[in-house]
Design a binder for this molecule. Structure first.
Ligand code: ATP
Ligand code: MG
Length: 270
């Protein structure tokens, strides 16, 4: 009896795995992954951020020097380095990161030719689910094998959408990809939510785009949107998430609210 209860308890604390993705470049994926990850950690959730982009923006934003990185996500994916050896602490106690170096560019061709190529990351993440409350993937700006691996390993997607003219066009193909992966490879995948980023509602275009996105995607869109805020753009160059760089900025407050919504949404899922 004790064993059953004990097991049930463990299941309750299995990690939620969230892929921050959008094949469109520069929409706020890395900024969202780093800052939602940080506020999850500050809310007492043990969080692991996994950088899946060779640009390594999430790695840099966490204050990790990308030069001479040997134990990175590439070594885990391609060379079979045990995943726990690639985990680094950050300046936030409950936040750890698996960094990415430029090597990661070589992972796409490797994964394309690997056996069970879509499930490599899922298998790597399986043992981490009982250690963390949240795993967050920062995906690259493409729908290549790394993003496919992230979507197969994830429970939900967090999709940043920049309020600009072509926003919806890219979104439809992303939603098609998500639904194909759900049908064929990961039945439990959900769209966790769409977050509007770099909003400036003084501009009519931003208002129109926001309304259009909400019209199409309804309650998939988070109530919180992220304003354009210079402090958010500055913080990565200081190697700090916004909660350490300028915790009272409008950008910080928005990411804090968004994170509460994420926690709320994820906690109501089975
Ligand atoms: P990529 O597709 O290249 O990986 P991305 O989707 O990860 O890009 P980010 O790197 O997060 O996007 O953001 C793109 C640029 O916009 C960065 O210079 C970032 O600092 C800046 N930025 C992101 N969000 C905001 C914001 N809310 N206000 C101001 N600048 C922002
Ligand atoms: Mg990025």
């Amino acid at each position: 009896m004790f064993h059953v209860e004990h097991f049930a308890d463990q299941n309750q604390f299995m990690a939620r795995v969230i892929a921050v993705c959008n094949q469109k470049g520069g929409v706020g994926k890395s900024t969202t992954a780093v800052n939602v990850g940080s506020y999850l950690a500050l809310s007492g959730k043990k969080t692991l951020l996994i950088d899946l982009d060779a640009q390594g923006n999430a790695t840099t934003a966490c204050g990790i020097d990308r030069k001479n990185l040997e134990k990175d996500i590439y070594a885990v994916l391609v060379n079979g380095l045990p995943v726990t050896e690639a985990i680094r602490p950050t300046q936030i106690e409950m936040l750890s990161v698996i960094p990415a170096s430029l090597d990661l560019a070589g992972a796409e061709p490797y994964l394309t030719n690997a056996d069970a190529r879509e499930t490599v990351l899922k298998k790597i993440c399986e043992p981490l689910r009982s250690i963390y409350d949240f795993l967050i993937f920062d995906c690259p700006p493409s729908l290549g094998m790394l993003t496919v691996n992230a979507l197969v390993a994830a429970d939900s997607t967090l999709i940043p959408v920049q309020c600009e003219y072509f926003a919806l066009e890219g979104l439809n193909s992303l939603m098609r990809a998500v639904s194909l992966i759900k049908q064929n490879l990961n039945p439990s995948l959900r769209v966790g939510g769409i977050v509007l980023t770099m909003t400036d509602f003084r501009a009519n275009l931003a208002k129109e785009v926001a309304e259009e996105v909400k019209h199409f995607f309804k309650d998939m869109v988070f109530d919180t949107s992220i304003p354009r805020n210079i402090r958010l753009a500055e913080s990565p160059s200081f190697g700090k998430p916004i909660c350490l760089y300028d915790p009272t900025s409008t950008g910080a407050m928005a990411y804090q609210l968004l994170t509460q919504e994420v926690i709320q949404k994820e906690s109501t899922q089975p």
